[in-house]
Design a binder for this molecule. Structure first.
Ligand SMILES: Cc1cc2nc3c(=O)[nH]c(=O)nc-3n(C[C@H](O)[C@H](O)[C@H](O)COP(=O)(O)OP(=O)(O)OC[C@H]3O[C@@H](n4cnc5c(N)ncnc54)[C@H](O)[C@@H]3O)c2cc1C
Length: 532
């Protein structure tokens, strides 16, 4: 087992070398007609590139010290092994020769060695958040520990509602206004730090609970980004301060029963009427729709379907707070008949507390002031919504990191206290390798998410946000699965939180861009265009 610190210069060269392998594969992908024609290749490239991007951020982190460099080295070895597993037997379609792995072999055998990984079982590594953001982490960690965790099991097991004390407490901490500029009543001062507070707070809240903590601030974040990207000055002044203070809680209504990944094809219509628009159609999976006061809703304003996404516009749809078990709302006539909005809850495996709904709109009236961007926003809704989702993807990566951290801590504690065959299971190599691998994945994913937050604050980072989401949401499935496995039979018992982490983690690679479509339609496409 190596005892000397990682040679970061050499490791950077390996990431460059692996990036060259990705570049060669992108050339092949292009020759084969691109992501839609060679889906498997495109998917593997997207995931391998996402792991490598994470490894690159890990190497910067590794410069902080010995523990940090060991975690970074372990992560890079994992990323290279992952790349090898994807390329093996497919060298031709990756555009490499059979000997391509040679330059990486020594590093992987040294830092992927079981004894090395086992040595990291209890090494979480410092986060290095800096003087400005360490207090943010501590503040939200304390809130998650004292206000969120005590309710998490009960809400999960009874499919209950998020306690109002959590919503109110989070509002007092400023949690809903982290990305809202100060001029609109939020706490963002712009620049590099604009997204950092959001990422750090989201991780801590998700450590408390994905369902009743970390996901609460996702919706206002998405709506905020959409408003900042497309809203008129009057709309920003009207909605952003109320979102920041949580006087208004938001839900996002984009997905429809027939169109989830294929957002551009949605059917819900908004038709002009006196003083506004009427909505007709069905949305589904609208999370938090009952408790929310407003929905950010994407609808077709141009009946010409050939215009695809260019026929879509985004609305702020006001509604009253409703019963989480299901609701039927009605409006007075607005020249278009009486509007109705029905919400049917969809029971889920995990991620409980916010509740998701199928929403049926029947002549539901929306005043013209609520068309985001006003007349200039007509046909622009898809772009405003996507701006919101880019932010949402980074935030979902942070949610996954919080869930993984909770699962790792639970597994570590259980392994230290459970004795089997006369030994605490933490003393077994297999357990230690699992924990060491988790520690490397969690810290390096966190560092990548922080890096992406800085990039987004500087006006870039959109493909990196998708990469962070793609990598970490799959990783969270493995981490929570192994954390559950370390608990043996008790991992399957509802009374142990780790069973909740496992079912909660499963949703992460489904929403905010299903893993496959995110890899094919966003990451592979962008990598291809950058590779030209
Ligand atoms: C708990 C939960 C909460 C949610 N909250 C919200 C919310 O608040 N607001 C909202 O609008 N939506 C929400 N969603 C919806 C979510 O965003 C969608 O489920 C997601 O976008 C996938 O759409 P879909 O379910 O229609 O799957 P589909 O689009 O039907 O996809 C099914 C499968 O096919 C794969 N696939 C699709 N296209 C391709 C392709 N071209 N090539 C290969 N594979 C492909 C997908 O990756 C997926 O694995 C939520 C979903 C869940 C489960």
């Amino acid at each position: 087992m190596p005892t000397t610190p990682l040679n970061l210069d050499g490791a950077t060269g390996l990431v460059d070398g692996a990036s060259a392998v990705i570049a060669a594969a992108l050339v092949e992908l292009k020759k084969r007609g691109g992501p839609d024609q060679s889906q498997n290749l495109a998917y593997d490239i997207a995931h391998a590139a996402s792991a490598l991007a994470t490894a690159r951020a890990a190497l910067t982190y590794g410069q902080h010290g010995d523990d940090e460099s060991r975690l970074a080295a372990a992560f890079l070895a994992l990323a290279l092994k992952d790349l090898a597993a994807r390329v093996l037997g497919h060298e031709q379609s990756w555009g490499v020769s059979g000997a391509w792995f040679g330059p990486f072999a020594d590093f992987v055998s040294t830092y992927g060695d079981p004894a090395f990984l086992a040595s990291l079982a209890t090494v979480s590594g410092a986060r290095h958040l800096g003087d400005d953001f360490q207090p943010v982490a501590e503040l939200f960690h304390k809130f998650a520990d004292e206000q969120v965790r005590p309710h998490a099991e009960h809400v999960h097991r009874t499919n209950g509602d998020i306690p109002e004390s959590i919503i109110g407490g989070l509002a007092e901490l400023g949690g809903f206004g982290l990305s809202i500029p100060e001029e609109f009543g939020g706490f963002s001062t712009g620049g590099e730090s604009e997204y950092l507070g959001m990422v750090i707070a989201t991780e801590e809240l998700s450590w408390g609970s994905l369902g009743i903590g970390g996901s609460l601030i996702t919706r206002p974040e998405i709506m905020t980004r959409a408003l900042l990207s497309g809203g008129t000055q009057a709309q920003k002044e009207r909605w952003l301060p109320r979102l920041a203070s949580a006087d208004v809680l938001a839900a996002i209504a984009v997905t429809e029963p027939d169109f989830g990944s294929d957002v551009a094809s949605i059917n819900t219509t908004a038709t002009r009427t006196d003083g506004g628009w009427v909505l007709n159609g069905t949305k589904t999976w609208c999370t938090f729709a009952a408790r929310a006061n407003v929905l950010a809703l994407l609808a077709r304003t141009d009946p010409d379907r050939t215009k695809s996404h260019r026929g879509l516009s985004l609305f702020v749809v006001e509604k009253e707070v409703s019963d989480s078990k299901g609701f039927l709302l009605s409006q007075d006539a607005h020249g278009a008949g009486t509007g109705r909005l029905e919400g049917r809850p969809i029971d889920t495996l995990g991620y409980r507390g916010m509740h998701s709904y199928e929403l049926s709109f029947d002549n539901w009236f929306v005043p013209e002031d609520n068309l985001i961007g006003g007349e200039d926003g007509l046909g622009q809704g898809f772009y405003f919504q996507m701006a919101g989702f880019e932010n949402g993807r980074l935030q979902t990566a942070a949610r996954a990191i919080g869930v993984m951290q909770a699962a790792y801590e639970a597994a570590l504690e259980y392994a230290q206290n459970r004795t089997v065959f006369g030994e605490p299971i933490i003393d077994y190599e297999l357990t230690r390798v699992k924990l060491g691998t988790m520690a490397a994945i969690i810290q390096c994913s966190r560092q990548f998410a922080l890096e992406v937050a800085r990039l987004m604050g500087a006006g870039g980072g959109t493909v990196e946000a998708s990469m962070a989401k793609a990598y970490v949401c799959r990783a969270a499935e493995w981490v929570t699965r192994e954390a559950q496995q370390i608990h043996g039979g008790m991992g399957y018992a509802e009374e142990f939180s780790v069973s909740r982490y496992f079912v909660d983690a499963r949703v992460l690679s489904i929403f905010e861009g299903a893993d496959e479509t995110l890899c094919l339609k966003v990451i592979a496409r962008r990598l291809l265009s950058q590779n030209n």
